[in-house]
Design a protein around this ligand. Structure first.
Ligand code: 5GP
Ligand code: ZN
Length: 123
């Protein structure tokens, strides 16, 4: 098992959570406070505080993390969805163990939250 912290919520969840999906080194769980119809968290067993430290993942493991996010979304029945990482407190990060949000299940573009819809319209 890669590096873990005894006092970290997501380290404990990675060891013994109620997973919706699992692969070597990674688990996926439903968010306790969903911000979309489907809101899944992709959690590595390896403890790193934030996405800033993503270089600590060996290349194969980093690739597996991305593939696992895509597989988990597909298995949850999602075709269109968002993958999001909050990096640092002022960007909205509240749990300091790297995780990726997979958000989806909205029926139409009208259901996309306004801030994101605006950002997309500006592209
Ligand atoms: P962040 O704000 O760090 O980007 O995301 C942390 C996420 O973890 C939040 O969406 C929050 O609802 C979720 N969360 C916090 N504690 C728990 C928990 O004990 N179980 C689950 N399943 N999700 C949690
Ligand atoms: Zn941790």
């Amino acid at each position: 098992m890669p590096s873990q912290r005894d006092d970290c919520l997501f380290c404990s969840i990675a060891r013994e959570g109620a997973y919706v999906n699992k692969t070597k080194g990674f688990v996926a769980i439903n968010d306790i406070n969903p911000k979309a119809k489907v809101h899944i968290l992709i959690i590595p067993e390896r403890h790193v505080d934030t996405f800033r430290d993503v270089a600590e993942f060996p290349a194969k493991e980093a690739k597996r993390m991305l593939e696992f996010a895509a597989e988990t979304a597909r298995d949850a029945g999602l075709n269109d969805y968002r993958v999001l990482v909050n990096v640092g407190r002022s960007a909205g990060q509240t749990v300091f163990h790297l995780h990726w949000h997979v958000l989806g299940g909205e029926e139409s573009a009208d259901d996309v939250p306004p801030a994101l819809a605006t950002a997309e319209a500006d592209e």
